[in-house]
Design a protein around this ligand. Structure first.
Ligand SMILES: NC(=O)c1ccc[n+]([C@@H]2O[C@H](COP(=O)([O-])OP(=O)(O)OC[C@H]3O[C@@H](n4cnc5c(N)ncnc54)[C@H](O)[C@@H]3O)[C@@H](O)[C@H]2O)c1
Ligand SMILES: [Zn+2]
Length: 341
């Protein structure tokens, strides 16, 4: 049994299918008129998306891109575009991104460029891609100067989240997915902890879908999806990316709660709720012992969301929202409130 969630974007609305074995329904997501499919994937990614598509009578080619953020590059995009060219792909054809968030970001970007945009379907195989990266239409690659500096908004025609893929996911990748999952616990009043995995993933997708639908191109509210991310980005930089994104987000969520408490936006009980959720996922919410708080504050000032002073996404009486103009001294004090690991 799969759960279907719709990302409601008018005539660009699309389904997200969550469930064990959901990849078997990939053929149903192929838009009418498609003859050829290029599957973009990586070595080590489970689920035979290409096989399912062949079984549905399609002409399927596969391209494997490299692993890791270094391969999230314009060179990988060029490789995909080269394959589309060699296949003689037309505007009627389809790209399928099968993998984690890195693959779906790169595949989506390439699809948005080929003949000024052809359709793409994602088969998300990491927890992080299922609840976050594959949903919402942000695509992109890194440049030497920074992460995700080049990209497009390009919504997929459908997304598959087959939880069977998670059987082979390494524990650290699971932890990273949990870091992003944890943020959804605070974007609505729902208690997600009690839900079975498939339902919880589907709820996270539905929450993201609602936020994306309300502000597709991030002119405002969509930024709440960056809950916990201001400190997380600083920690990633400070640790030279030794701390993985999702691990840093977990610490960032604990910090956002402490800062909101300091600013009188939430009470101690709500801080406790944050720490409980992180603990429930087995996530470490303390600062690394090597962290330099003054340096972290300086790094947060450099965050791209900063307009005037420090901008955070914080919980409060109206729920989680973007809060500009936070005093750097308060931000520093909230770091001192943090546990150290
Ligand atoms: N577009 C967005 O809105 C958005 C949101 C969040 C993150 N992202 C992007 O997502 C990327 C991170 O995604 P990620 O965490 O999925 O990492 P990833 O895509 O790099 O995958 C991590 C590793 O797991 C492997 N893998 C994938 N599925 C597997 C499986 N089922 N079993 C075993 N191994 C598997 C991959 O080959 C890779 O080596 C970043 O580049 C980030 O910028 C994008
Ligand atoms: Zn994130």
């Amino acid at each position: 049994m799969s759960i279907s969630v719709t990302v409601p974007l008018g005539d660009r609305s699309y389904p997200v299918l969550v469930g064990r074995g959901a990849v078997g329904r990939l053929g149903d997501m192929v838009p009418a008129g498609v003859e050829r499919v290029l599957v973009v994937t990586q070595s080590g990614v489970p689920l035979d998306a290409a096989g399912v598509l062949r079984g549905a009578g399609l002409d399927v080619a596969t391209v494997e891109i490299g692993n890791g953020e270094a391969a999230k590059s314009l060179a990988s995009v060029e490789e995909i575009l080269g394959r589309l060219s060699a296949l003689g792909a037309t505007r009627r054809d389809l790209v399928v991104g099968a993998g984690g968030g890195m693959v779906t970001d790169v595949a989506g970007f390439a699809a948005s460029l080929w003949h000024r945009g052809i359709r793409v379907v994602h088969v998300a195989t990491t927890l992080l891609a299922m609840v976050d990266a594959a949903i919402g239409g942000k695509t992109g690659v890194n440049l030497g100067h920074g992460k995700n500096l080049v990209g497009t908004f390009w919504q997929p025609s459908g997304v598959i989240c087959d939880t069977a893929a998670l059987d082979s996911l390494p524990p650290r990748e699971v932890r990273c997915g949990h870091g992003e999952m944890a943020k959804y616990h605070f974007l609505t009043g729902d208690d997600l902890l009690g839900l079975p995995l498939e339902e919880r993933i589907a709820r996270c997708v539905a929450i993201k879908a609602e936020v994306v639908a309300s502000d597709e191109r991030e002119s405002g509210r969509r930024a709440i999806l960056n809950y916990g991310h201001t400190l997380a980005h600083a920690l990633e930089i400070e640790t030279g990316f030794a701390m993985a994104h999702g691990e840093a987000v977990a610490v960032g969520i604990a910090y956002a709660a402490r800062l909101a408490r300091r600013l009188g936006r939430i009470g101690e009980d709500r801080v406790g709720q944050h720490l409980r959720v992180l603990e429930e996922y087995g996530l470490d919410s303390g600062l690394p012992a090597t962290s330099d708080p003054d340096h972290l504050v300086a790094l947060m000032h450099g965050d791209k969301k900063a307009l005037d002073g420090l901008t955070f996404v914080l919980d409060g009486p109206r729920g989680v929202e973007v809060v500009p103009g936070v005093d750097g001294a308060e931000a520093r004090k909230a770091l001192a409130d943090m546990a150290v690991r």
